[in-house]
Design a protein around this ligand. Sequence first.
Ligand code: S3P
Length: 431
Amino acid sequence: MIHTMIAPRRLRGIIDLPGDKSISHRAVLLNAIATGAAEVANFLTGADCLSTIACVQALGVRVERHEDTVRVFGAGLRSLREPVDVLDCGNSGTTLRLLTGMLAGQEGIFAVLTGDASLRSRPQQRIVAPLRALGATLDGRDRGNRAPLVVRGAYLHGGAYDLPIASAQVKSALLLAALFGDGTLTLTGRTDGRDHTERMLAAMGATITVDGQTIRLTPPDRPEALHPLSLRVPGDPSSATFWWVAAALHPDAELTTTGVCLNPTRTGALDALRAMGAQIEVANQRVEGGEPVGDVTVRSSSLRGIVIEGALIPRLIDELPVLALAAACAEGETIIRDAQELRVKETDRIATVVAGLTALGAVVEPTEDGMIIAGGGNLRGATLESHGDHRLAMTWAIAGLVGAGETTLHGAEAVDVSYPEFWNVLRRIRE
Ligand code: S3P
């Protein structure tokens, strides 16, 4: 699908966000092994989360969906059935990695997990090695580093693991495996990725403690121990960031995003935009689905370059493509470092973002673990590619909303992975 865009005169609107992608996945996966029925409202109906539903159904769990309300009928920790075919995780790393963890300790189950070309190219040793250390029997292409991955459910024991990278998918895969283990799992090191799994497990009655950087999970003593958790999924801050950047960059804009998840492990983009000088107001702060949420309004702003590094990186990792676009339009240089994880996302987002920004007329230099963006650029229209990466498709759409001239985007359908309503919202806020 090809979309052509020119900048509108004004941007105005109130945007009800789709449910958070990470929380939507977890709401289905965890309720699938709870005992009883749960209702999940504002579920993200993007392709990634629909892959999770389909996989869980293939494991014998009853899941019903009516638009963005999903009912999950869990029958306990040991209720999953051996799937009769391979489990297709589509484009979704979260589905593949969390499910692999959840299946690793299901004795008697054999499963093969695969996905699209992008997912099959991404590294899996990060989950396979620590799961094997707990006793898991896993294999895959490239000595277990690439999907298709093969899981033969095994007897798992507890243990300790020092996380070398701040990946919530790795952390969550281990916690889900540990539910089935014989003994406590202790995680230390880079446990600072998003903490939705920990929050949800605690709310469902699991024995999990978080003490600084140390997480401990002791497996339940009964298979029916996890309570179902009904919730309304908060709005996705990663999706909201596209509108925040559009509003900050456009000369006549005011956009409000409602019900944004303000979990501190997810608010790095807000912090970065504030540091760049964006005019941001947060109102109506409350708690929904066990997470802090609020309404965020952003107005036309004059941005300046900053350094984005260190502990901030995991708090905004998915937002870096569109933050790089903001930096290209800001006054002065922006340096992004410590973000080598960008290289193993849906695309190598250092290479793809630098290529797109360069086509738009920005001066950007890739580095091993980030990029250096000169800033001050008046972007010009260009022809851009999503490379099948949803966050790139939306980043280039925002470039089209704020850049001079006409921008043409190839592969625009990639937005369906995380934000199927994206193009409708974009049309509605243009004036
Ligand atoms: C996610 C964790 C992050 C993020 C991804 C979703 C999750 O990945 O980039 O979009 O739901 O746990 P990593 O765990 O690889 O950092």
